[in-house]
Design a binder for this molecule. Structure first.
Ligand SMILES: O=C(CO)[C@H](O)[C@H](O)COP(=O)(O)O
Ligand SMILES: [Fe+2]
Length: 230
């Protein structure tokens, strides 16, 4: 039996939380069992919405020193924010290939700045847009909503991309983001996603810890099943 190091990781998004309480809300999610924080950065150009940038992330880092921070960069110029985000204490810099003229250059710069590289795909972008760069990335993010807003409906037809990536790259970290919760996690797990972003479904839950634990059980079950079949 082939052995894989694939791990399930649950990374809540604070996008729809009360951002006046960013530190407390983030800490509550980590105390509820989150493995990392998914921080949605929007510039009002790449997506029709604005959230926060590196100054806010830097402040949050002074309060939360030990958690893994991923920034999901929904910005027109991903190369512009590499240094500021590294300085803010970001661990993984996930940027969209649609807006990037030179993906290998940005991957290299992100690594040189000491961060992991995530490559993100909008729903309309096929996996062929990242295929040639997979060896330069630590993770591929398959968006399951149009980026820009939390609380949207999960796009089930994105699972074909996740499945294709998992079939071809058994040990790759594959993240899903958008509309993921208890009613959609099985589809994500069966397709092969191992990094799960969940915003509204976790933030709005009476017991976020229970939602995170249930999603983890389902994803870990799929990873085990997949390993047994290999
Ligand atoms: O990148 C995003 C939106 O562009 C968010 O991460 C995502 O939408 C999470 O929120 P929800 O689970 O509520 O959909
Ligand atoms: Fe996101």
């Amino acid at each position: 039996m082939a052995k894989s190091g694939l791990m399930c990781k649950i990374g809540p998004s604070v996008l729809n939380a009360n951002l006046a309480e960013l530190h407390n809300e983030s800490q509550r999610l980590l105390d509820s069992g989150a493995d990392y924080l998914h921080l949605d950065v929007m510039d009002g150009h790449f997506v029709p919405n604005i959230t926060f940038g590196h100054p806010v992330v830097k402040c949050l880092r002074t309060k939360i020193t030990d958690a893994f921070f991923e920034t999901h960069m929904m910005v027109t110029k991903p190369e512009q924010w590499i240094e500021p985000m590294a300085d803010a204490g970001v661990d993984q810099y996930t940027f969209h290939v649609e807006t990037c003229n030179d993906v290998p250059f940005v991957c290299r710069k992100v690594k040189e700045a000491g961060m992991k590289v995530g490559l993100a795909l909008k729903p309309g972008t096929g996996v062929e847009a990242v295929q040639q760069y997979i060896d330069q990335a630590d993770m591929i993010l398959v968006m399951t909503v149009e980026p820009g807003f939390g609380g949207q409906k999960f796009m089930r037809d994105m699972m074909g991309k996740v499945h294709w990536l998992r079939q071809n790259y058994p040990d790759l970290d594959i993240e899903v983001d958008g509309g993921v919760g208890l009613s959609t996690i099985e589809a994500c797990a069966e397709a092969g996603a191992n990094m799960i972003v969940s915003g509204t479904a976790v933030i709005g839950a009476e017991d976020p810890g229970k939602v995170i634990a249930t999603m983890r059980d389902i994803v870990e079950g799929s990873i085990q099943k997949c390993q047994l079949e290999r």
